[in-house]
Design a protein around this ligand. Structure first.
Ligand SMILES: [Zn+2]
Ligand SMILES: [Zn+2]
Length: 476
């Protein structure tokens, strides 16, 4: 049974009696990770519970996390002997060995482990692997071997992990880890070589070189320390060398199975590229097109080689969504005004009442920016229909196809020009909310005069609405 504080930011009583239990002065003005040090106070409660439970259930344990505001070592209150402490260790550096004294990140973690062990023999670890980007290669082979050997030598016999690391990208790392948990003295290099022999057959040599390259990328990362976040270690040079080795492996692979396994790694490298491109702020039109093309390439390779797409990759990829390629690669003739008129439609009666028609915008329609969600502009927590209206003179173009390009719609839009429905945007809400969408408007308006644009957006959860620029685009 567990007795824990909430996840951060956690909220704690500030009354005199509770503060009297604290052994360090805390600034309750701030909240969040590392702000408060309340281990003694929390352990006082945990011990009370443990003592009461022991009377009736002497063979049961009370678990508690050393996490957030309770991660630091106690100063006064020793955990009762039926309390099991799970020490959370998210701030590891994978670039350096745990025993590498030159790494202050790991030295601090190791010191915390040793200090906790002065206070209790019942200590387990709660670890973290890469979870923001579970679909990229994780080649923390040597440092993981050193980590597990070291904590095992220090008496740790139990580890819980939190990760979305997927088997497509990191089958080797996860297998190695399973083996190390079985036997911490496993020869890491021999295991990696053996894995390559068995997984890749005739392609073992280039794949061994590839994994070596991936591990070198960690060790040689431009970052001082490598945490479970961040993709800086995948420099353009590392990615290009990775591609080369994978091409060579693909050529010499004997059968479809070996080739498909090589392609798993190509998928993982392409996911790195996708994440890096997605993270770029203010993407140019060329970058947006490159992103769509990369996305298409990844998905078609996944279909061809039967690659298992993990949850994290699935959320990052355009699955259940078709990018508006023609509009994205067209000429952006006009950026529409940032300020539109807006009204909510909680009953969903707008269309029936003709809100899409010209001349219906009245005082009920308030001014709104289409560059941020409606939640941030006076409609907190509103889900359902929102109606946007704008008068604008739309450009004539030069004979190509004309589009209304939304850089993002959260989640689905229906568009009317002068009262006529011209199109809708589709897709899975959780996927489309931050992605471009377009509606074709060729021949649907008169460029000689002003057009009444109405966009109805439906949002089912979280933030909603038009929240990025809208363009009139012409494509061939
Ligand atoms: Zn209190
Ligand atoms: Zn380090």
């Amino acid at each position: 049974f567990c007795v824990n504080a909430d996840d951060e930011p956690s909220y704690w009583c500030e009354c005199e009696a509770c503060r009297a239990l604290d052994t360090v002065a805390n600034d309750f003005g701030g909240q969040g990770d590392g702000v408060l040090d309340l281990t003694d106070r929390c352990m006082t409660l945990v011990n009370h519970v443990a003592d009461a439970v022991r009377e009736e259930y002497p063979d049961r344990w009370i678990g508690t996390f050393a996490y957030g505001s309770t991660r630091e070592v106690p100063r006064k209150v020793r955990p009762a002997d039926n309390v099991m402490v799970e020490l959370c260790w998210w701030d590891r550096c994978f670039k350096h060995d745990l025993t590498d004294r030159a790494c202050p990140v790991n030295a601090k973690g190791l010191r915390r482990l040793r200090d906790w062990q002065q206070w209790t023999r019942n200590l387990t670890l709660y670890g973290y692997l890469q979870y923001p980007h579970g679909s990229v290669p994780q080649a923390f082979f040597g440092s993981e071997g050193d980590f597990l050997r070291t904590v095992h030598r220090r008496g740790i016999r139990h580890i819980t992990d939190e990760w979305d690391t997927d088997f497509t990208a990191s089958a080797l790392f996860l297998s190695l880890r399973a083996r190390l948990l079985w036997d911490v003295d496993t020869d890491v290099e021999a295991f990696v070589a053996d894995f390559c022999e068995k997984m890749y057959g005739p392609a073992a040599a280039p794949m061994l070189e590839y994994y070596g390259l991936m591990e070198l990328a960690v060790i040689g990362s431009p970052q001082d320390h490598v945490s479970f976040r961040g993709l800086e270690r995948f420099t353009p040079e590392v990615l290009a060398s990775g591609d080369r080795l994978l091409r060579r492996a693909f050529r010499v692979a004997e059968d479809d199975l070996n080739r498909a396994r090589v392609m798993d790694q190509q998928f993982a490298l392409d996911m790195v590229r996708l994440h890096q491109l997605q993270a770029k702020p203010d993407k140019s039109a060329e970058e947006q097109v490159a992103l769509v093309e990369l996305n298409d390439r990844i998905l078609s390779a996944a279909a061809r080689y039967d690659i298992a797409i993990g949850l994290e990759a699935r959320n990052a990829l355009y699955v259940g969504y078709t990018p508006p390629l023609a509009a994205l690669s067209g000429d952006r003739l006009l950026q529409l005004s940032e300020e539109w008129r807006f009204r909510t439609d909680p009953e969903g009666v707008g269309e029936q009442q003709g809100w899409q028609q010209p001349g219906r915008v009245d005082a009920a329609w308030k001014s709104i920016s289409i560059h941020q969600a409606w939640e941030d502009q006076g409609y907190p927590g509103y889900d359902g229909y929102g109606w946007y209206a704008l008068e604008a003179k739309l450009p004539a173009g030069s004979g190509g196809r004309m589009w209304l390009l939304f850089e993002a719609v959260d989640e689905r839009a229906t568009v009317w020009l002068d009262g006529e429905e011209v199109g809708r945007t589709e897709g899975e809400p959780g996927v489309v909310w931050d992605k471009p969408a377009a509606v074709e408007i060729t021949g649907r308006y008169n460029p000689e005069q002003s057009t009444h644009l109405v966009v109805r957006v439906h949002d089912s959860a979280y933030a909603g609405g038009l929240w990025k620029p809208v363009w009139v685009v012409e494509s061939p």
